[in-house]
Design a protein around this ligand. Structure first.
Ligand SMILES: C[S@@+](CC[C@H](N)C(=O)[O-])C[C@H]1O[C@@H](n2cnc3c(N)ncnc32)[C@H](O)[C@@H]1O
Ligand code: SF4
Length: 375
């Protein structure tokens, strides 16, 4: 039985990047109140998690690396004192390249962080400045170099589909990241609908963007390149060296219980999906009044759980049990879904692997379409 995980959302950023739709703020004035609120939230959750052991903590954002290392140390210690966190738990910190330097990395390690996920996004200056990143390629490379000698586990994010990105510049970014001693890589397709400005720009200047076909070709090429470099493709957007898969993130796709603390955090707990309010003032006010800041709290019934098991599990290369997906498709009494499912298998979008069904590499390219049929 897998152990549970704890996610903590830290919404503060130095500036907002052009493509980002996460719940973030560039006003740091509430930072101390927020850290206190998180400790209050942990205290309110302590009772219901008393019987649970946790083996992952994920400090995500926003930009957690903007916090002073002492604040990170205090937060990790507070979580460890409220919850039963195993000694060897994976403790991840999301960091932006401009915050990564030898003193910060040493302090994070002392705070109990053992994994850093760094938002490289690209190693081309034109692409970085086009979306308002605060770092340039040289800074990103320096961050990777600092991290590679630190003994921490390192993950790096890239985005495919940025404005002004070319096939060649993407290959350079991928080679730079893959060759920098990282043991985990996340590559996201730019979701342009998350930003009106980028969506509008793509409509007005399509020449600044790689076509869908070019992105698909690059996607398959990069998969082969990463595989030849020893990275296994274990989830749609994630590759890892053996044993370096993100323990925390895998819990989301396997529906393992996780607690979510902080503004806008989501959790699956006791068979319920719960979400905190997305408004920072409301989040602070609720906790300062001694109340949980919950905006949504729903029991996941058996039918919804079966659906979730399929659309989350299919994201993983391990796929889902054949009997579960077949039972779901037949049970849906949706003839179109049944025909489509058969078609996905015969066309090589899905494949059988032993007693499981999973996407093929090519199938991942149309995974949104397939997964949306199970949501
Ligand atoms: C929660 S964000 C925070 C990471 C960190 N603050 C940073 O900027 O590097 C995690 C990752 O989501 C990805 N991301 C954010 N917005 C995206 C979008 N619109 N399309 C694709 N990927 C996105 C980026 O690669 C980013 O590193
Ligand atoms: S991408 Fe990262 S740094 Fe940029 S606004 Fe989003 S969370 Fe903040």
């Amino acid at each position: 039985m897998s152990l549970a995980g704890i996610y903590v959302h830290l919404p503060y950023c130095a500036s907002r990047c052009g493509y980002c739709a996460f719940v973030v703020t560039t006003d740091g004035s509430s930072r101390d109140r927020y850290l206190e609120a998180l400790e209050r939230e942990a205290a309110l959750l302590e009772g219901e998690a008393a019987e649970t052991s946790f083996d992952s903590i994920y400090l995500g954002g926003g930009t957690p690396s903007l916090l002073a290392p002492e604040a990170i140390a205090r937060l990790v210690a507070a979580l460890r004192s409220r919850f039963r966190v195993t000694g060897d738990a994976e403790v991840t910190l999301e960091a932006n390249p401009e915050d990564v330097g030898p003193p910060a990395v040493a302090a994070w390690r002392d705070a109990g962080v053992n994994r850093v996920s760094v938002g490289i996004q690209s190693l081309a200056d034109a692409e970085l400045s086009a979306v308002g990143r605060r770092h340039d390629a040289a800074r990103a490379r320096a961050a990777l170099e600092t991290l590679s000698g630190s003994g921490l586990s390192i993950s790096g994010d890239l985005i495919l589909g940025l404005p002004d990105q070319t096939r060649e510049s993407f290959r350079v970014s991928l080679a730079g990241l893959g060759g920098a001693g990282v043991d985990h890589v996340s590559i996201y397709l730019l979701e342009t609908e998350k930003s009106k400005t980028i969506e509008e720009d793509r409509r007005l200047h399509p020449d600044r963007y790689l076509s869908d076909d070019a992105q698909a070709e690059l996607w398959l090429e990069m998969g082969e390149w990463l595989a030849s470099g020893g990275f296994g493709h274990y989830e749609i957007s994630n590759w890892a060296r053996p044993g370096r898969e993100a323990r925390h993130n895998v819990k989301y796709w396997l529906r393992t219980p996780t607690l979510g603390l902080g503004v806008s955090s989501h959790e699956l707990w006791g068979g319920r999906r719960r979400a905190n309010v997305s408004n920072l003032d409301q989040y602070l006010a609720a906790l300062e009044a001694g109340r949980r800041p919950v905006a949504l709290d729903e029991q996941v019934g058996p039918a919804a759980a079966a659906r979730e098991e399929i659309f989350l599990g299919l994201r993983l290369s391990s796929g889902v049990p054949l009997e579960r997906i077949a039972a779901f498709v037949v049970g849906s009494q949706d003839v179109r879904l049944w025909n489509d499912y058969e078609g996905w298998l015969t066309e090589g979008i899905l494949e059988r692997s032993g007693d499981r069904v999973r996407f093929t590499e090519r199938g991942y390219l149309v995974s949104n379409e397939v997964l949306s049929r199970f949501v």
